[in-house]
Ligand binder design. Structure first.
Ligand code: ATP
Ligand code: MG
Length: 448
């Protein structure tokens, strides 16, 4: 019986025609993160379930409805990571990174798994760029990490994103706030969804994050955490804002941002777009001073954020931002006959070892079909090697853009190709007045 040739619902493939965009994004973003002193961390795709239920919080949507949890063959409960912070924090504690100078700053690109209703910008397997700063209480660190996310968007030329900022206080000030929330929601209790009735007892702040329209309507006029902050939390929030102003980062205070995971304290923030449909939060994060202790480690005030890569791509597409394409094929060697093909293999090996993108026929097409293929893939130069060329030792190198032909010795294609192509590039640039004053020296020194 034939199998279903279909990806699992809520998952998607990235084909070579698009993957260059992701690679560009990952490289660019990693370079920015490194500049801010973050080092890459890679953690396993699955962890013991308890890590997530303890850290993300047992009353959250993620833990209650969205986790991919299964028993392994030895009966241990395992969960595919629904987010990246818990694994990074687990690794920080397990490897004693708290003995190193603080803060320990890490970034990662990870796949995440949540059993959600698939729609635009919401998948069951999705990808995040995350950054975490472990071991600092200072509001300067809050501003720094917000600055990192902001720089990523700026660098990519993304516009019209709004940075929404809030503080959800610490366990001390939250106690008073929880009481106020309970009093408020009790009156409307009969209207709330079943999950929220439960939350009313266990964790009333979660009601503010409920996606049900009735609950969010009721939540609209609920008391605001920001009015209940203790002095220390209030001061912290003020100083974060001072830094942001100094760094010329625009933001809005949005008291309804509470974030979907339980571990947040004090500063929380989201970068929100109204150009990619209902799933407009491209990046979300905040401080989680109690998380390390919550999962059994030493007290380590920390903070971080995660950016949804698929939502970032939606935004890049919505704003028609062109990401640089990968290099075209520099040279296509068309061949007839085995001898020519063997020669092409040798030339290709030599040129590739110098970093040149070179292809030759590995399908057995006719010369005409090979040339058509070279045109289709956008090869910059072609050369035909057949019996005649092998015999005479002479071939013609064709510049596919100008159509110019020039003689080249078959034996020295590998040696001469780069300098010929470079010479053409220099001539083209010097003809083009837009490139007046360009540093030709650095061009010539660069790799073709
Ligand atoms: P939402 O409110 O949209 O469900 P969240 O609060 O659950 O988001 P976080 O856990 O903070 O999201 O994850 C950080 C980022 O990861 C989000 O801002 C979003 O860009 C992305 N993200 C979260 N869930 C998904 C998903 N199911 N599919 C695609 N991206 C997602
Ligand atoms: Mg969610």
């Amino acid at each position: 019986m034939a199998i279903d040739i279909q990806a699992v619902k809520g998952t998607q493939d990235t084909l070579p025609r698009d993957s260059y965009k992701i690679r560009f994004l990952e490289q660019t973003i990693a370079d920015i993160a490194i500049k801010y002193g973050f080092g890459e961390i890679r953690t396993p795709v699955f962890e013991y379930t308890e890590l997530f239920s303890r850290s993300v919080g047992s009353t959250t949507d993620v833990v209650q409805k969205e986790m991919y949890t299964f028993e392994d063959r030895a009966g241990r409960s395992i969960t595919l990571r629904p987010e990246g912070t818990a694994g990074a924090m687990r690794a920080f504690l397990e490897h004693g990174l708290y003995n190193e100078p603080m803060p320990q700053k890490v970034f990662y690109f990870t796949s995440c798994y949540r059993y959600e209703k698939p729609q635009a910008g919401r998948l069951r397997e999705f990808h995040q760029f995350g950054a975490e700063s472990f071991g600092t209480e200072s509001p300067a660190a809050d501003a720094e990490i917000i600055g990192l996310a902001n720089e990523v968007f700026d660098f990519l030329g993304i516009k019209n994103l709004s940075l929404q900022l809030n503080s959800i206080g610490c366990p001390q000030c939250r106690e008073k706030y929880h009481r106020a929330l309970k009093d408020y929601f009790k009156i409307e209790q009969s209207e709330l969804c079943g999950t929220c009735v439960d939350r009313l007892q266990k964790n009333p702040m979660r009601i503010l994050d409920c996606k049900s329209p009735v609950c969010s309507q009721i939540a609209k006029d609920a008391p605001k955490m920001i009015d209940y902050l203790c002095e220390a939390c209030n001061d912290h929030f003020d100083i974060v804002q001072k830094y942001l102003k100094e760094m010329c980062i625009e933001y809005e205070i949005n008291p309804s941002i509470v974030r979907g995971l339980d571990y947040y304290t004090k500063t929380v923030f989201e970068f929100v777009s109204d150009e990619i449909g209902a799933q407009g939060t491209v990046c979300g994060g905040g401080r989680y001073d109690g998380l390390a202790e919550e999962i059994g480690g030493v007290h380590t005030p920390s903070l971080g954020f995660a950016m949804g890569m698929e939502r970032l791509m939606l935004l890049i597409d919505a704003q028609n931002i062109e990401l640089p394409r990968e290099e075209n094929c520099n040279l296509y060697i068309a061949t007839t006959g085995e001898k020519a093909s063997l020669k092409a293999a040798q030339i290709a090996a030599d040129l590739r070892s110098e970093g040149v993108f070179v292809l030759f026929d590995v399908v057995g097409r006719s010369i005409k079909a090979q040339m058509k293929y070279a045109g289709k893939i956008g090869a910059l130069y072609t050369v035909v090697i057949g019996d005649d060329e092998i015999k005479s030792g002479q071939a013609k190198l064709k510049n596919m853009e100008t159509g110019d032909l020039q003689d080249i010795k078959v034996e020295s294609i590998a040696d001469d190709f780069s300098s010929i192509a470079m010479q053409d590039t220099v001539e083209k640039l010097s003809l083009d007045s837009n490139f007046d004053g360009i540093d030709l020296g650095s061009l010539l020194g660069g790799n073709l």
